[in-house]
Design a protein. Sequence first.
Length: 267
Amino acid sequence: MWLGHSCPRRPASKIKLEEGRSVNRLMATDVNTATVAAAHSCWSCGDMRAAQFCKACGKVQPPEPVDYFSFFGLPRKLNIDTSTLEREFYSLSRKLHPDIYAGSKSQEQEWSLEQSSRLNDAYRILKDPIRRTEYLLKLEGVELEGQSKAATEEARKTGEKKQIVPPDLLEEVFELNMQLEELRATKKLGEEDPALIQELQAHKQSLEMKFNTLFDELKGYWDEWDSADKCHNEQERRRVRDKMVDLLNRRSYIRNLVRDVNEVLEA
């Protein structure tokens, strides 16, 4: 059973095979060393550059297509130090401010604008625990279901596939939809049904509790993902990835249910 704390021992034969593959990878890397070095050299002094600045001369660098984790020099982990992330964000914001490069004759001001925009996008995604998880899953090639309100309404109009009802919510969703339709019909007649409204409010409270519980469950998967990623356990990574996808889809579905209930109650 995977405990998510330490890496399991690998057979000696597998280790030797992996060592052989590592040698091959190193040989392939040596062939392309000049190309890689050129791609990551400072445009001004030729030294090795960082993501945003040259470490040697301090010149701002043209943006490169890196993911948001790499932009901040972070590994692709879900447990991150948000305080450190915030400090780095404000430090880079000051250094990349376009006004600093207003008198520059080069493209530095344009690059600083592009780098600042990417900095804001990266920080906005990584500081939010749910968006950070969704972003990492996207990097892993996973596209979550269309879950926005606009996407749901468009699906209703076009007849396209809607979100799949989570199996554990089937009975509750069926009853809830019946009550929502009943309250809509009652309100169209200009009438009120206090008992039905009270039942819907109780449903809403129950859904909100499930919504909050799912976040705590998701944080548990972060630990499992980071441990599996550290050990390069692909089978465990896929298992945890699928669990997170299922949880986020359920969470989104519940959020949409709460939204539907609010719309009917407030109409």
